[in-house]
Design a protein around this ligand. Structure first.
Ligand code: AMP
Length: 394
């Protein structure tokens, strides 16, 4: 199947060919026709499956020409995801007259105000700052024809449910189309979907709970005191071009980053205690390869599309089983092979058990051959006693 077969406008097909996209991914194959037919959509697909283009392309197709009204609102849970969605909307709409603006918190109002004064066709926003602008009368949502709610599970985790509901109510255009995307669709997301969507087409691609098949993921049992040394040994052993290390806490990420810097590794750090400008710089340095290692909390585990991440290390086992799938999904994206190592101390066995239950499979335990463990991390099972020879001959 090609993008042309999906009946996208010629300009869009040309832009995609220039970007080197050869064929639509499975979620795009199903979502693009549904959106073009003006259906509401509830979509779930694993990270890195082309989810953003699955809603951005048919939206651009439908809006087609600039009309000096805000006609599409894409709501995302985090600023980083907003940047990513905005970048894709801007790239795909480059050959059209549509204009696109991004609105998020943690930065000044001036630029955003100037952008809103020009009345963009497409607004990509995080909920809090968007509501601020609406309160100040800087934009209205009454002409929004297409409302996109992205990474809704994360949006609800972050406590945005009331904001999302408020914003949804403000999008009062009577023929509004709503597209809801979420990596997973738990009951809370389904409830919101029932509330905001009309007779949606449900598109579920692949196993919702399983890690991508392109990720080789394993558990490395280790004494907590040896975690850092084992991690350094793993980094040394593998040719790591681009790696994300996930830590549970902000404090933990700072500490690991500092230790790695002391070992002369080029490191960026990203967590929610940092200023927005520092977060964006950390991400940019990592994306551009200035720093090959990004140490982060779960703020980076969902949705962020960073090309060419070859390895993920979970320095701490994630507390929520879903986060395991999100974290290791940062590598092995778009058909490339990735590796994910989870360092697990005995105290984290309960979390590991929860993850294995969630993904419905056992994760392979591995140990590093020439590393001097304080104790055997994977003790051999007891030797099988030979059956007594009772004198029978074979
Ligand atoms: P997403 O799942 O939206 O985070 O997208 C993952 C990555 O795949 C992004 O870098 C997209 O630019 C890229 N991508 C999306 N659709 C296609 C396609 N049909 N062919 C090749 N790459 C794609």
């Amino acid at each position: 199947m090609t993008f042309k077969d999906l009946r996208l406008k010629r300009k869009l097909v040309k832009t995609l060919a220039e970007k080197g996209y050869e064929s639509p991914t499975p979620i795009q194959q199903r979502s693009i026709p549904a959106v073009i037919k003006k259906r509401d959509v509830i979509g779930s697909a694993q990270t890195g499956t082309g989810k953003t283009a699955a809603f951005a392309l048919p939206t651009i197709h439908r809006l087609s020409r600039a009309k000096k009204r805000v006609r599409c609102l894409a709501l995302t849970p985090t600023r980083e995801l907003a940047v990513q969605v905005f970048e894709q909307f801007s790239a795909y709409s480059a050959a059209t007259s549509l204009t696109c603006t991004i609105i998020y918190g943690g930065v000044g109002y001036k630029q955003q105000l100037e952008d809103l004064e020009k009345i963009p066709d497409i607004v990509v926003a995080t909920p809090g700052r968007l509501l601020d602008h609406i309160d100040r009368g800087n934009l209205t949502l009454e002409n929004v024809e297409i409302l996109i709610l992205d990474e809704v599970d994360r949006m609800l985790d972050l406590g945005f449910i009331d904001d999302v509901k408020n914003i949804e109510r403000m999008c009062s255009y009577n023929k509004r189309q709503t597209l809801l995307f979420s990596a997973t669709i738990p009951e809370s997301v389904r409830k919101l979907a029932e509330w905001a969507l009309k007779d949606p087409e449900e598109i579920i691609i692949g196993e919702r709970k399983s890690p991508a098949q392109t990720v080789d993921h394993s558990i490395w049992p280790v004494d907590p005191l040896q975690k850092f040394n084992l991690m350094v040994a793993l980094i040394e052993k593998h040719q790591i071009e681009s790696m994300i290390i996930f830590c549970r806490t902000r404090h933990g990420s700072d500490r690991i980053a500092r230790w790695l810097q002391e070992h002369k590794y080029p490191v960026s750090v990203m967590h929610s205690d940092l200023k927005q400008s520092d977060r964006l710089r950390a991400l940019r340095d990592f994306k551009e390869g200035v720093n090959t290692i990004l140490v982060a909390t779960d703020i980076a585990s969902r949705g962020l599309d960073i090309k060419g991440v070859t390895h993920v290390i979970n320095y701490d086992v994630p507390q929520h089983a879903e986060d395991y799938v999100h974290r290791i999904g940062r590598t092995g994206r778009a058909q490339t092979q990735g590796m994910a190592f989870t360092l697990a101390s005995p105290e984290e066995n309960a979390e590991i058990a929860r993850i294995e239950k969630y993904i419905d499979g056992e994760i392979q335990r591995r140990k590093l051959d020439d590393f001097s463990y304080r104790y055997d991390p994977i003790p051999q099972s007891k030797p099988v006693r030979k059956k007594r020879n009772r004198g029978f001959q074979r």
